[in-house]
Design a protein around this ligand. Structure first.
Ligand SMILES: Cc1ncc(COP(=O)(O)O)c(C=O)c1O
Length: 422
Protein backbone atom coordinates (compact mmCIF):
# COMPACT_ATOMS: atom_id res chain seq x y z
CA UNK A 1 0.00 0.00 0.00
CA UNK A 2 1.10 3.54 -0.69
CA UNK A 3 1.20 6.11 2.11
CA UNK A 4 -2.23 7.60 1.37
CA UNK A 5 -3.82 4.14 1.54
CA UNK A 6 -1.79 3.11 4.59
CA UNK A 7 -3.04 6.18 6.46
CA UNK A 8 -6.60 5.00 6.04
CA UNK A 9 -6.35 1.22 6.11
CA UNK A 10 -3.35 0.23 8.23
CA UNK A 11 -3.66 -0.64 11.90
CA UNK A 12 -7.27 -1.78 12.14
CA UNK A 13 -8.66 -4.57 9.98
CA UNK A 14 -12.28 -5.31 10.96
CA UNK A 15 -13.49 -8.89 10.60
CA UNK A 16 -16.94 -9.91 9.42
CA UNK A 17 -19.59 -7.95 11.35
CA UNK A 18 -17.14 -5.78 13.31
CA UNK A 19 -17.35 -1.96 13.40
CA UNK A 20 -15.86 -0.24 10.34
CA UNK A 21 -14.24 2.44 12.49
CA UNK A 22 -11.77 1.28 15.14
CA UNK A 23 -13.65 1.14 18.45
CA UNK A 24 -12.50 2.85 21.64
CA UNK A 25 -11.69 0.30 24.31
CA UNK A 26 -11.91 2.26 27.53
CA UNK A 27 -11.05 -0.66 29.78
CA UNK A 28 -8.13 -0.75 32.19
CA UNK A 29 -7.91 -4.54 32.35
CA UNK A 30 -8.77 -7.61 30.25
CA UNK A 31 -10.42 -10.83 31.51
CA UNK A 32 -9.03 -14.38 31.02
CA UNK A 33 -10.33 -17.87 31.82
CA UNK A 34 -7.12 -19.40 33.15
CA UNK A 35 -3.95 -18.32 34.95
CA UNK A 36 -1.94 -20.17 32.27
CA UNK A 37 -3.27 -17.80 29.61
CA UNK A 38 -2.25 -14.80 31.67
CA UNK A 39 1.16 -16.41 32.34
CA UNK A 40 1.75 -16.84 28.59
CA UNK A 41 1.11 -13.13 28.05
CA UNK A 42 3.63 -12.20 30.73
CA UNK A 43 6.15 -14.64 29.21
CA UNK A 44 5.63 -12.99 25.79
CA UNK A 45 4.62 -16.41 24.41
CA UNK A 46 1.25 -15.08 23.35
CA UNK A 47 -0.01 -11.74 22.05
CA UNK A 48 -2.81 -10.09 23.93
CA UNK A 49 -3.76 -7.39 26.38
CA UNK A 50 -4.01 -7.67 30.14
CA UNK A 51 -3.56 -4.12 31.48
CA UNK A 52 -3.77 -0.85 29.54
CA UNK A 53 -0.45 0.52 30.84
CA UNK A 54 1.24 -2.25 28.82
CA UNK A 55 -1.10 -2.24 25.85
CA UNK A 56 -4.68 -1.74 24.72
CA UNK A 57 -6.48 -2.55 21.45
CA UNK A 58 -7.19 1.10 20.52
CA UNK A 59 -3.65 2.18 21.33
CA UNK A 60 -2.50 -0.88 19.37
CA UNK A 61 -4.38 0.23 16.22
CA UNK A 62 -2.66 3.63 16.29
CA UNK A 63 0.73 2.01 16.95
CA UNK A 64 0.33 -0.43 14.07
CA UNK A 65 -0.71 2.35 11.67
CA UNK A 66 2.28 4.52 12.48
CA UNK A 67 4.72 1.57 12.43
CA UNK A 68 3.47 0.73 8.93
CA UNK A 69 3.68 4.36 7.78
CA UNK A 70 7.26 4.69 9.02
CA UNK A 71 8.25 1.22 7.77
CA UNK A 72 9.29 0.09 11.26
CA UNK A 73 8.96 -3.27 13.02
CA UNK A 74 6.86 -1.90 15.88
CA UNK A 75 5.75 1.22 17.69
CA UNK A 76 4.79 2.24 21.19
CA UNK A 77 2.44 5.12 21.87
CA UNK A 78 3.22 7.34 24.86
CA UNK A 79 1.30 9.96 26.78
CA UNK A 80 3.21 12.80 25.06
CA UNK A 81 6.07 13.57 22.71
CA UNK A 82 8.17 14.40 25.75
CA UNK A 83 7.59 10.90 27.13
CA UNK A 84 8.65 9.44 23.77
CA UNK A 85 11.92 11.45 23.84
CA UNK A 86 12.62 10.51 27.44
CA UNK A 87 11.86 6.79 27.08
CA UNK A 88 13.78 6.45 23.82
CA UNK A 89 16.92 7.77 25.55
CA UNK A 90 16.42 5.91 28.84
CA UNK A 91 15.95 2.68 26.90
CA UNK A 92 19.65 2.97 25.95
CA UNK A 93 21.28 4.98 28.74
CA UNK A 94 22.06 4.46 32.41
CA UNK A 95 23.77 6.84 34.78
CA UNK A 96 27.28 7.56 33.44
CA UNK A 97 26.25 7.27 29.79
CA UNK A 98 25.75 10.13 27.36
CA UNK A 99 24.06 11.02 24.12
CA UNK A 100 25.18 13.43 21.41
CA UNK A 101 22.33 15.72 20.43
CA UNK A 102 21.88 18.41 17.84
CA UNK A 103 21.59 21.88 19.38
CA UNK A 104 18.73 22.61 16.98
CA UNK A 105 15.93 20.77 18.77
CA UNK A 106 12.61 21.63 20.39
CA UNK A 107 13.09 23.70 23.57
CA UNK A 108 11.31 21.14 25.77
CA UNK A 109 13.61 18.37 24.57
CA UNK A 110 16.64 20.62 25.11
CA UNK A 111 15.51 21.18 28.69
CA UNK A 112 14.89 17.46 29.24
CA UNK A 113 18.43 16.65 28.07
CA UNK A 114 20.23 19.64 29.55
CA UNK A 115 18.66 19.63 33.00
CA UNK A 116 16.50 16.65 33.91
CA UNK A 117 18.51 13.81 32.36
CA UNK A 118 21.77 15.31 33.70
CA UNK A 119 20.22 15.09 37.16
CA UNK A 120 19.79 11.35 36.55
CA UNK A 121 23.45 11.07 35.51
CA UNK A 122 22.82 10.92 31.74
CA UNK A 123 24.90 13.57 30.02
CA UNK A 124 24.14 15.27 26.70
CA UNK A 125 26.77 16.77 24.44
CA UNK A 126 25.13 19.40 22.24
CA UNK A 127 26.69 19.79 18.81
CA UNK A 128 25.77 21.57 15.60
CA UNK A 129 24.82 18.57 13.43
CA UNK A 130 25.79 20.47 10.27
CA UNK A 131 29.38 20.05 11.48
CA UNK A 132 29.89 16.35 10.79
CA UNK A 133 33.43 16.27 12.23
CA UNK A 134 32.19 17.73 15.49
CA UNK A 135 29.46 15.08 15.68
CA UNK A 136 31.96 12.28 15.17
CA UNK A 137 34.44 13.75 17.65
CA UNK A 138 31.78 14.06 20.36
CA UNK A 139 31.07 10.31 20.38
CA UNK A 140 32.99 8.49 23.13
CA UNK A 141 32.90 5.01 24.71
CA UNK A 142 29.90 5.92 26.85
CA UNK A 143 27.84 7.44 24.05
CA UNK A 144 24.65 5.47 23.53
CA UNK A 145 22.83 7.43 20.83
CA UNK A 146 22.80 10.39 18.47
CA UNK A 147 19.66 12.53 18.63
CA UNK A 148 18.30 15.13 16.22
CA UNK A 149 15.14 16.25 14.45
CA UNK A 150 14.36 15.64 10.78
CA UNK A 151 13.18 19.25 10.40
CA UNK A 152 14.19 21.16 13.52
CA UNK A 153 11.67 23.09 15.61
CA UNK A 154 11.84 26.09 15.36
CA UNK A 155 15.13 26.61 13.46
CA UNK A 156 13.81 24.68 10.40
CA UNK A 157 17.18 23.09 9.73
CA UNK A 158 16.93 19.84 7.75
CA UNK A 159 19.21 17.08 9.05
CA UNK A 160 21.42 15.28 6.55
CA UNK A 161 20.12 11.97 7.88
CA UNK A 162 22.24 9.68 5.67
CA UNK A 163 25.49 11.33 6.73
CA UNK A 164 24.58 11.46 10.43
CA UNK A 165 23.41 7.82 10.37
CA UNK A 166 26.69 6.79 8.71
CA UNK A 167 28.70 8.43 11.52
CA UNK A 168 26.48 6.83 14.16
CA UNK A 169 26.88 3.37 12.66
CA UNK A 170 30.63 3.73 12.16
CA UNK A 171 30.84 4.31 15.93
CA UNK A 172 28.30 1.59 16.81
CA UNK A 173 25.53 3.82 18.15
CA UNK A 174 21.95 4.19 16.95
CA UNK A 175 20.44 7.36 15.54
CA UNK A 176 17.23 8.53 17.21
CA UNK A 177 15.37 11.08 15.14
CA UNK A 178 12.37 13.19 16.12
CA UNK A 179 10.34 13.40 12.93
CA UNK A 180 7.41 15.39 14.32
CA UNK A 181 7.58 18.25 11.78
CA UNK A 182 8.20 15.98 8.80
CA UNK A 183 5.65 13.22 9.55
CA UNK A 184 6.02 9.94 7.65
CA UNK A 185 4.23 11.56 4.72
CA UNK A 186 7.19 13.85 3.96
CA UNK A 187 10.03 11.65 5.22
CA UNK A 188 10.60 8.07 6.34
CA UNK A 189 13.90 8.37 8.22
CA UNK A 190 14.49 4.58 8.34
CA UNK A 191 14.99 4.67 4.56
CA UNK A 192 17.97 6.97 5.17
CA UNK A 193 19.54 4.95 7.98
CA UNK A 194 17.87 6.23 11.18
CA UNK A 195 17.29 3.53 13.80
CA UNK A 196 14.57 4.93 16.05
CA UNK A 197 11.95 7.46 15.02
CA UNK A 198 9.97 9.38 17.60
CA UNK A 199 7.01 11.71 17.23
CA UNK A 200 4.99 14.18 19.17
CA UNK A 201 1.66 13.05 17.75
CA UNK A 202 0.19 16.13 19.42
CA UNK A 203 1.21 17.89 16.20
CA UNK A 204 0.40 16.84 12.61
CA UNK A 205 -0.48 13.20 13.36
CA UNK A 206 -3.45 14.28 15.45
CA UNK A 207 -3.62 17.57 13.58
CA UNK A 208 -6.79 18.88 15.22
CA UNK A 209 -5.44 20.20 18.55
CA UNK A 210 -7.38 17.58 20.52
CA UNK A 211 -4.90 15.16 22.10
CA UNK A 212 -1.40 15.14 23.51
CA UNK A 213 0.54 12.00 22.57
CA UNK A 214 3.78 10.57 21.31
CA UNK A 215 5.27 7.51 19.62
CA UNK A 216 8.51 5.58 19.53
CA UNK A 217 9.00 3.56 16.35
CA UNK A 218 11.66 0.87 16.05
CA UNK A 219 13.40 0.46 12.70
CA UNK A 220 14.49 -3.04 13.75
CA UNK A 221 17.90 -3.01 12.03
CA UNK A 222 20.35 -1.82 14.69
CA UNK A 223 22.55 -4.48 16.34
CA UNK A 224 22.34 -3.90 20.10
CA UNK A 225 24.63 -6.85 20.76
CA UNK A 226 27.71 -4.95 19.51
CA UNK A 227 29.16 -4.72 23.04
CA UNK A 228 28.00 -1.20 23.87
CA UNK A 229 24.52 -1.95 25.24
CA UNK A 230 24.58 -4.11 28.36
CA UNK A 231 20.90 -3.46 28.95
CA UNK A 232 20.22 -5.49 25.80
CA UNK A 233 22.73 -8.30 26.23
CA UNK A 234 22.55 -9.01 29.98
CA UNK A 235 19.55 -10.76 31.54
CA UNK A 236 16.87 -8.36 32.79
CA UNK A 237 16.46 -9.32 36.46
CA UNK A 238 13.14 -7.47 36.53
CA UNK A 239 11.82 -9.60 33.66
CA UNK A 240 12.79 -13.15 34.66
CA UNK A 241 16.12 -13.04 32.86
CA UNK A 242 14.97 -11.89 29.42
CA UNK A 243 17.91 -10.93 27.16
CA UNK A 244 16.38 -8.46 24.74
CA UNK A 245 18.89 -8.68 21.87
CA UNK A 246 18.88 -12.49 22.03
CA UNK A 247 15.22 -13.18 22.75
CA UNK A 248 13.35 -10.44 20.91
CA UNK A 249 14.97 -10.45 17.47
CA UNK A 250 14.57 -7.30 15.43
CA UNK A 251 12.02 -5.93 17.94
CA UNK A 252 14.52 -5.78 20.82
CA UNK A 253 14.34 -2.00 21.26
CA UNK A 254 10.58 -1.60 21.22
CA UNK A 255 9.99 -4.71 23.36
CA UNK A 256 12.39 -3.46 26.03
CA UNK A 257 10.82 0.01 25.90
CA UNK A 258 7.40 -1.48 26.57
CA UNK A 259 7.91 -4.36 28.97
CA UNK A 260 10.60 -2.64 31.04
CA UNK A 261 10.22 1.14 30.80
CA UNK A 262 6.49 1.53 30.16
CA UNK A 263 5.85 -1.05 32.87
CA UNK A 264 8.03 0.85 35.36
CA UNK A 265 7.43 4.46 34.40
CA UNK A 266 3.88 4.49 33.06
CA UNK A 267 3.31 7.42 30.70
CA UNK A 268 1.02 5.38 28.46
CA UNK A 269 -1.47 7.11 26.16
CA UNK A 270 -5.14 7.13 26.98
CA UNK A 271 -7.19 4.93 24.61
CA UNK A 272 -9.35 7.95 23.81
CA UNK A 273 -6.33 10.00 22.77
CA UNK A 274 -5.10 7.03 20.72
CA UNK A 275 -8.49 6.88 19.00
CA UNK A 276 -8.40 10.60 18.15
CA UNK A 277 -4.81 10.29 16.92
CA UNK A 278 -5.70 7.28 14.80
CA UNK A 279 -8.54 9.27 13.24
CA UNK A 280 -6.19 12.21 12.64
CA UNK A 281 -3.65 9.98 10.90
CA UNK A 282 -6.31 8.82 8.44
CA UNK A 283 -6.27 12.27 6.79
CA UNK A 284 -2.58 13.02 7.34
CA UNK A 285 -1.63 12.98 3.65
CA UNK A 286 -4.31 15.35 2.41
CA UNK A 287 -3.75 17.70 5.33
CA UNK A 288 0.04 17.73 4.86
CA UNK A 289 -0.28 18.56 1.17
CA UNK A 290 -2.45 21.58 2.02
CA UNK A 291 -0.21 22.66 4.93
CA UNK A 292 2.80 22.61 2.61
CA UNK A 293 1.02 24.42 -0.23
CA UNK A 294 -0.35 27.16 2.07
CA UNK A 295 2.95 27.59 3.93
CA UNK A 296 4.86 28.14 0.69
CA UNK A 297 2.39 30.86 -0.37
CA UNK A 298 2.60 32.62 3.01
CA UNK A 299 6.42 32.30 3.05
CA UNK A 300 6.67 33.85 -0.41
CA UNK A 301 4.46 36.72 0.74
CA UNK A 302 6.52 37.31 3.91
CA UNK A 303 9.73 37.26 1.90
CA UNK A 304 8.40 40.12 -0.21
CA UNK A 305 7.81 42.36 2.84
CA UNK A 306 10.38 44.94 3.96
CA UNK A 307 9.45 44.55 7.67
CA UNK A 308 10.65 40.94 7.55
CA UNK A 309 14.37 40.91 8.31
CA UNK A 310 14.91 37.25 7.50
CA UNK A 311 12.81 34.20 6.78
CA UNK A 312 13.30 30.45 6.88
CA UNK A 313 11.10 28.05 5.04
CA UNK A 314 12.86 25.00 3.60
CA UNK A 315 11.21 25.17 0.18
CA UNK A 316 11.66 28.91 -0.44
CA UNK A 317 13.96 29.68 -3.34
CA UNK A 318 17.34 30.58 -1.88
CA UNK A 319 16.71 28.96 1.52
CA UNK A 320 19.91 27.20 2.66
CA UNK A 321 17.89 24.08 3.56
CA UNK A 322 16.25 23.73 0.15
CA UNK A 323 18.58 21.09 -1.24
CA UNK A 324 18.21 18.87 1.81
CA UNK A 325 14.45 19.47 1.84
CA UNK A 326 14.25 18.27 -1.75
CA UNK A 327 16.18 15.14 -0.79
CA UNK A 328 14.64 14.31 2.59
CA UNK A 329 11.20 15.93 2.54
CA UNK A 330 10.30 15.12 -1.04
CA UNK A 331 10.38 18.79 -2.03
CA UNK A 332 7.74 19.75 0.52
CA UNK A 333 8.52 22.16 3.33
CA UNK A 334 5.91 21.16 5.96
CA UNK A 335 3.70 23.87 7.47
CA UNK A 336 5.97 25.93 9.70
CA UNK A 337 7.71 29.20 8.83
CA UNK A 338 10.22 31.07 11.00
CA UNK A 339 10.84 34.74 10.36
CA UNK A 340 12.45 37.69 12.10
CA UNK A 341 11.19 41.22 12.52
CA UNK A 342 13.64 43.92 13.53
CA UNK A 343 13.11 43.82 17.29
CA UNK A 344 11.63 41.84 20.16
CA UNK A 345 9.12 44.70 20.74
CA UNK A 346 7.90 44.60 17.15
CA UNK A 347 7.42 40.85 17.44
CA UNK A 348 5.20 41.38 20.43
CA UNK A 349 3.23 44.09 18.60
CA UNK A 350 2.84 41.77 15.60
CA UNK A 351 1.71 38.85 17.74
CA UNK A 352 -0.84 40.99 19.60
CA UNK A 353 -2.29 42.30 16.31
CA UNK A 354 -3.09 38.90 14.76
CA UNK A 355 -6.78 38.05 14.59
CA UNK A 356 -7.36 34.92 12.49
CA UNK A 357 -4.00 33.42 13.39
CA UNK A 358 -4.18 32.39 17.05
CA UNK A 359 -1.46 32.99 19.57
CA UNK A 360 -0.84 29.40 20.64
CA UNK A 361 1.96 27.47 22.33
CA UNK A 362 1.47 24.89 19.66
CA UNK A 363 2.23 24.13 16.03
CA UNK A 364 0.97 21.83 13.34
CA UNK A 365 -2.69 22.41 13.95
CA UNK A 366 -5.26 22.76 11.18
CA UNK A 367 -5.84 26.33 12.44
CA UNK A 368 -3.03 28.77 11.75
CA UNK A 369 -1.17 29.79 14.89
CA UNK A 370 1.90 31.81 15.84
CA UNK A 371 4.43 31.86 18.65
CA UNK A 372 7.30 34.07 19.77
CA UNK A 373 9.72 31.39 21.14
CA UNK A 374 12.05 33.77 23.04
CA UNK A 375 9.21 34.84 25.31
CA UNK A 376 7.49 31.44 25.58
CA UNK A 377 8.75 27.93 24.76
CA UNK A 378 12.44 28.87 24.79
CA UNK A 379 12.35 31.42 27.62
CA UNK A 380 14.51 29.07 29.76
CA UNK A 381 17.42 29.39 27.28
CA UNK A 382 20.15 31.98 27.68
CA UNK A 383 20.78 34.31 24.70
CA UNK A 384 23.85 32.20 23.93
CA UNK A 385 21.87 28.96 23.94
CA UNK A 386 19.15 30.65 21.87
CA UNK A 387 21.71 31.63 19.23
CA UNK A 388 23.26 28.14 19.29
CA UNK A 389 19.81 26.68 18.65
CA UNK A 390 19.37 29.08 15.73
CA UNK A 391 16.72 31.20 17.47
CA UNK A 392 16.97 34.97 17.67
CA UNK A 393 14.96 37.01 20.22
CA UNK A 394 13.04 38.55 17.31
CA UNK A 395 12.06 35.24 15.72
CA UNK A 396 8.40 34.36 15.18
CA UNK A 397 7.24 30.85 14.37
CA UNK A 398 4.15 30.74 12.22
CA UNK A 399 2.33 27.46 11.81
CA UNK A 400 0.29 27.70 8.66
CA UNK A 401 -3.05 25.95 8.86
CA UNK A 402 -5.60 24.72 6.38
CA UNK A 403 -7.61 27.93 5.95
CA UNK A 404 -7.67 29.69 2.60
CA UNK A 405 -4.10 30.99 2.15
CA UNK A 406 -5.39 34.47 1.15
CA UNK A 407 -7.17 34.84 4.50
CA UNK A 408 -3.98 33.92 6.37
CA UNK A 409 -1.96 36.38 4.28
CA UNK A 410 -4.51 39.16 4.93
CA UNK A 411 -4.27 38.61 8.68
CA UNK A 412 -0.47 38.67 8.57
CA UNK A 413 -0.58 41.80 6.42
CA UNK A 414 -2.82 43.58 8.94
CA UNK A 415 -0.47 42.66 11.80
CA UNK A 416 2.55 43.93 9.83
CA UNK A 417 0.66 47.15 9.15
CA UNK A 418 0.11 47.56 12.91
CA UNK A 419 3.87 47.12 13.50
CA UNK A 420 4.66 49.75 10.88
CA UNK A 421 2.16 52.18 12.40
CA UNK A 422 3.63 51.68 15.89
C1 LIG B 1 9.69 18.52 17.60
C2 LIG B 1 8.99 18.27 18.90
N1 LIG B 1 9.31 17.18 19.60
C3 LIG B 1 8.70 16.90 20.77
C4 LIG B 1 7.76 17.74 21.30
C5 LIG B 1 7.12 17.42 22.62
O1 LIG B 1 5.85 16.91 22.37
P1 LIG B 1 4.61 16.98 23.38
O2 LIG B 1 4.21 18.40 23.49
O3 LIG B 1 3.61 16.10 22.72
O4 LIG B 1 5.09 16.43 24.68
C6 LIG B 1 7.40 18.89 20.58
C7 LIG B 1 6.37 19.82 21.13
O5 LIG B 1 6.17 20.90 20.62
C8 LIG B 1 8.03 19.16 19.36
O6 LIG B 1 7.72 20.24 18.62
Amino acid sequence: MRKETQCIHEGYHPKNGEPRVAPITMSTAFRYDTTEQVGDLFDLKDDGYFYTRLGNPTIGFAEAKLAALEGGVGAMMTSSGQAASMLSVLNLCSSGDNIVSSTAIYGGTFNLFDVTLRRLGVDTKFVDFRDLNAVEKAIDDNTKALFCETLANPALIVTDIEKIAAIAHKKGVPLIIDSTFATPYLCRPFEFGADIVIHSSTKYLDGHDTSVGGFIVDGGKFDYSNGRFKGFTEPDASYHGLVYSRDCGSSAFITKARVQLMRDMGSQASPFNAWLTNLGMETLCVRMDRHCENALKVAEYLKSRKEVKSISYPMLKGDPERELAVKYLGGKGSGVISFELDSRENCIKFMNSLKLVSLLVHVADLRSCALHPASSTHRQLSDEALTAAGISPSLIRLSVGLENADDIIEDVENALRAVKKA
